[in-house]
Design a protein around this ligand. Structure first.
Ligand SMILES: Cc1ncc(COP(=O)(O)O)c(C=O)c1O
Length: 390
């Protein structure tokens, strides 16, 4: 009866089953997978959401790409970051996840494919499947620093490939796209008629300001490009459901892309009016939350780097940006059994590397968002457990 877009086997894996048991029994644990900023003990200004109650939001004047005032607010926010974006190239969405779905509808027929980085954000498989699109991974290699396997990406391209997705900085490796990589990707996309989709939701969370990085996928005009962002990460407000994409590239491709996107967006009109009306005020008043998140993730990343040398069998991989850190651990047991042991014996939850499609075991991924006391306690337990297993 049901579509194959959703897998038929919905049995939880061992880790989800263990977590369900913990939650049902009310057993507390330190959550190093916490990626919800509203649960991380940050201070949100009490009147932050007042802007949503503006009487202006009582009238409904639907616009496929969003209200001009809200799109102007996104333009101004890009200007703050030194990027010039014309308003007619800004499209509002309910989230980055929705932006992916809109782009798959714009670019792909059922059975077409998109290239996705590995290791990276685990949701791509699900997002693509829900639009009957296939994902083909291309590798990020780690040689002290992460880099895109450009030759592998070229080999992964088929005659059904429609787009290359990059995450900048990538989740969870924290690696920013480098200028030479951007040029190679844009050239490849241009040559093969592919779009470049740049997920830049974490772009403002620089962990290591000394490393070379490009500012944005929008820094080239060769390929039809979509730069994605949103309030969920930029202001730590995932519950407001507002994201954006910026369309750039050659003029002869932008026009037909926008015409088609307008039809798709007009079919859903999914962004609520109050958040659009409130956007200029939110972007101004929410900056303090971004500052707190930046301070939090930087502090936790440095604390982890400082703690690691006491545990010689582990290595914390260098991260340039984002909300995550990657810990390499000896492959004495599977990542799954290590993560289960950490949960059951140490009351610490971390992500296994396979969740993000690392090429081999063993890696753990931890969120840098938790409160510092929780983060230090949990990472110290985690590192001690790994060291004891050696
Ligand atoms: C790389 C990446 N893109 C997008 C998202 C989700 O963004 P949104 O809440 O706007 O859908 C996440 C969430 O963790 C993410 O890690």
């Amino acid at each position: 009866m049901f579509s194959s877009r959703v897998a038929s086997d919905l049995t939880p894996n061992r880790l989800s089953a263990a977590l369900d048991r913990f939650r049902q029994a009310g057993i507390e644990f330190d959550d190093l997978t916490e990626s919800n900023p509203t649960s991380a003990g940050l201070h949100y200004p009490a009147r932050l959401l007042d802007a949503l109650a503006s009487p202006e939001a009582l009238s409904y004047a639907p616009q496929p790409f969003g209200l001009p005032s809200a799109r102007d607010a996104v333009v101004a926010d890009f200007r703050r970051r030194g990027v010039a974006v014309p308003r007619d190239r800004v499209v509002l969405t309910a989230s980055t996840s929705e932006a992916y779905s809109l782009l798959f509808k714009l670019l792909c027929d059922a059975g077409d494919d998109v290239l996705v980085p590995a290791p990276s954000y685990p949701l791509f498989d699900y997002l693509a499947a829900l639009d009957s699109v296939r994902v083909r991974p291309y590798r990020l290699d780690h040689h002290g620093a992460w880099s895109i396997d450009i030759d592998g990406l070229k080999r992964a391209t088929t005659d059904r490939t429609r787009a290359v997705i990059v995450v900048n900085p990538n989740n969870p490796t924290g690696s920013y796209l480098k200028r030479a990589e951007l040029d190679a990707l844009a050239g490849h996309c241009r040559a093969h008629g592919l779009a470049l989709i740049g997920d830049e939701v974490f772009s403002e969370y620089v962990l290591d300001a000394d490393l070379p990085r490009t500012c944005s996928v929008l820094a080239q005009r060769e390929a039809l490009t979509f730069g994605l962002g949103g309030l969920s990460k930029s202001l730590g407000l995932p519950q407001l459901k507002l994201g954006w994409m910026v369309v750039s590239g050659p003029d002869d491709l932008i026009k037909p892309a926008l015409e088609r996107l307008e039809l798709i967006c007009d079919t859903y009109l999914s962004v609520a009016t109050p958040v659009q009306v409130g956007l200029p005020a939110l972007l101004a008043a929410g900056a303090s939350v971004r500052t707190q998140i930046r301070e939090r993730v930087t502090r936790n990343y440095r604390a982890l780097i400082a703690a690691a040398p006491r545990f010689p069998s582990v290595g914390v991989l260098q991260s340039e940006g984002g909300w995550y850190a990657v810990i390499q651990v000896p492959a004495m047991q599977t990542e799954e059994s290590l993560v289960l042991q950490l949960l059951e014996q140490d009351r610490v939850l971390a992500h296994p590397g396979y969740f993000f499609d690392f090429p081999r075991e063993a890696f753990l991924v931890v969120s840098l968002l938790p409160r510092p006391d929780v983060f230090d306690r949990a990472t110290n337990r985690l590192l001690a457990r790994v060291e004891a297993a050696e």
